[in-house]
Design a protein around this ligand. Structure first.
Ligand code: KMH
Ligand code: ZN
Length: 271
């Protein structure tokens, strides 16, 4: 029988959030590791990781990824998923650089889009280059789908052998410039993938809570965290990533979805 456990990903930081909009933002390696461990203790099994330099600016530094990874691992067992998206404007080389550390998973964004007022570039060469590096380092990709056309690209690249056969899918809905986080959009996207394919839903901002609840009910997995959403409810900032994870755990309990342990998440994802 199919394992009904719910895999919770926590996107603890992101590249775009600043202290101006979120005063509780944590960016040092130790602070990130402590935050990750608390999210895991609350029920997350995957940590989606971005890092910052000593000034708090987004970074793809191999040294910093290494330091944060080692500090997280010394505090808890979890699946660590590196961002290859970086920040908008990060060079292709920089985006691929941390893969040398062979994380469990890494993201692979499936197309170019407006990202707020900037452009998040993912042309064919970018996707193929990151996918090749992911494959060469034995990493499992998570395909980031921000818009409907990206599913078509994923299908076509899969057929052409540009992306590895084994992957997880993340529908990231609600980025200004991408598909909005309506339930209709989520169901339409889920309809496009084979029923045995594992998938996660990540709702940006106000979409996080309704999309989370629906994804749990639909049998998918979920991602929450400060990268995606700064608020616990309208007008009230979340105090931590763990607080957002704890709410998912409570909803999942009511919907009869046991929370996946790290070992169970590894099994479901074939890691
Ligand atoms: N920061 C965004 C431009 C990823 O992690 O791979 C891209 C992003 C996706 O966050
Ligand atoms: Zn990210």
């Amino acid at each position: 029988m199919k394992d009904n456990s719910l895999i919770i990903t926590c996107a603890i930081l992101g590249a775009e959030v600043t202290k101006d909009v979120y005063p509780h933002l944590l960016t040092t390696p130790t602070d990130l590791a402590v935050e990750a461990a608390k999210a895991v203790e609350a029920g997350a099994s995957i940590i989606h990781l971005h890092v910052r330099d000593e000034h708090g600016a987004p970074s793809q530094s191999v040294d910093v990824f290494k330091e944060v990874t080692s500090q997280i691992k010394s505090r808890c067992d979890c699946i660590i998923q590196y961002s290859t998206g970086g920040a908008v404007g990060t060079s292709l080389n920089e985006r691929c650089a941390p893969l040398i550390l062979k994380p469990d998973m890494a993201t692979l964004s499936m197309g170019t889009m407006n990202f707020g007022s900037a452009v998040f570039e993912n042309d064919e060469l970018t996707i193929k280059t990151i996918a090749k590096s992911i494959q060469e380092h034995g990493v499992v990709p998570e395909l980031e789908i921000f818009d409907f056309g990206m599913i078509e690209t994923a299908k076509s690249y899969l057929k052409k052998g540009f992306i590895p056969k084994k992957f997880h899918v993340d529908f990231v809905l609600g980025v200004p410039g991408g598909m909005s986080g309506s339930i209709k959009n989520l169901t339409m996207l889920v309809d496009e993938i084979p029923s045995e394919q594992t998938w996660t839903a990540a709702g940006i901002g106000r979409f996080e809570l309704p999309l989370t609840a629906h994804a749990i009910a639909m049998g998918g997995h979920v991602r929450v965290g400060i990268e995606d959403n700064l608020y616990y409810r309208k007008g009230e900032l979340a105090v931590s990533n763990a607080q957002l994870v704890q709410r998912v755990v409570r909803i999942a309990k009511e919907l009869e979805r046991p929370i996946a342990s790290v070992a169970t998440a590894r099994k479901i994802l074939g890691l």
